[in-house]
Design a protein around this ligand. Structure first.
Ligand code: 173
Length: 319
């Protein structure tokens, strides 16, 4: 009778191993709001994982900024208040300067897995942030400067610009006065004239209705918007090998679908034009300088802040 039961289970694909881990539920928070493109993009992956993960692993999505302020998500993952965060390095530079370097990648996530960059990221994230870096969920997406006032050269003197650490050094170098806010405060800052513009990726401004207050987008874009899944390291270590493999299979498949952002971005560029947002396009030589300066400033400051890892990151992230 006992043997019979074993055979049935084995045939169904469930091989009960002595001491096998129980189903585990991981709590997930997002630094981006529930109704945004970024969370909507994550939902099908979580759904699929939960459908296939019965008895193994489940993800419980707690929410976005209503559940936790965006700049707190990194620390919450580090300390284990939550298990997984969907956030961006710029939101947890309080933990380590290297966090913000993920915007400087000029290679795709699959390339970075192959060339050792993800091993380096995980070494740093483990060591300094008590985090396991799981996967990058946004790629192929430059940041831009959006304005309510016209400029005709890359000079932001006299302008107040909403920033996060992503843009701070670059916009300051261009002469701007900078004001850091979470995404949820940008609309009001624009409305009240507290800022004359903001940094943001090429996609997503419609999630917040910023098109209502935006007159210009400066081209070219620069850097590569990064949003990733990071996990508390102790929790990661507590997973069984099967749970780790299962989780990584799902998040890597999701990461491998990042090319879909190209279509999202094309649509948003069209929508921005339809909403009346004009582009300020620098002539090629100026555009080149603008773009190169963004990277030069960021790498110089990172290497200053992180003399050991900065140069290694630069080598593996750059083209
Ligand atoms: O502008 C921001 O809030 C920011 O830093 C960011 C980073 C990645 C994706 C979207 C926004």
């Amino acid at each position: 009778m006992k043997i019979h039961r074993w055979l049935v289970l084995a045939a169904a694909g469930f091989v009960p191993v002595h001491g096998a881990a129980q189903e585990l539920t991981l709590r997930v928070v997002s630094a981006f709001a529930e109704n945004t493109t970024y969370v909507k993009n994550l939902e099908p992956m979580m759904k699929k994982l939960n459908a296939e993960g019965k008895g193994v692993l489940q993800l419980n999505f707690i929410g976005g900024p209503k559940a936790m302020p965006p700049f707190e998500v990194g620390n919450a993952v580090r300390t284990g208040v939550v298990d997984i965060g969907m956030t961006t390095g710029a939101f947890y530079t309080n933990i380590m300067p290297e966090a913000d370097a993920l915007k400087l990648t000029q290679r795709t996530a699959p390339e970075l897995r192959r060339n050792g960059a993800f091993d380096l990221i995980n070494k740093v994230w483990n060591e300094k942030a008590n985090m396991q870096y799981l996967a990058r969920v946004i790629d192929f997406t430059p940041f831009h400067l959006y304005l309510t006032k016209k400029i005709d050269k890359p000079d932001l003197t006299g302008l107040k610009i909403r920033i996060t650490p992503v843009y701070r050094d670059f916009f300051q170098a261009l002469g701007a006065t900078v004001v850091q806010t979470a995404p949820g405060e940008v609309y009001t800052a624009l409305e009240r004239g507290v800022v004359d513009g903001y940094g943001w990726p090429i996609n997503g401004i419609f999630d917040f209705n910023w098109q209502e207050k935006t007159k210009y987008r400066v081209d070219p874009g620069f850097y590569s918007a990064e949003v990733s899944l990071v996990m508390n390291l102790d929790k990661w270590k507590a997973l069984s090998q099967a749970q780790k493999d299962f989780l990584m299979r799902h998040v890597i498949a999701h990461e491998a679908a990042n090319e879909s952002w190209k279509q999202v971005n094309e649509n948003d560029i069209r929508r921005q034009a339809q909403a009346g947002i004009q582009t300020i396009t620098f002539e090629p030589a100026t555009a080149r300088q603008f773009y190169d300066r963004a990277y030069e400033i960021a790498w110089t400051n990172l290497i200053k802040a992180s003399p050991t890892y900065g140069p290694q990151m630069r080598k593996l992230f750059s083209r």
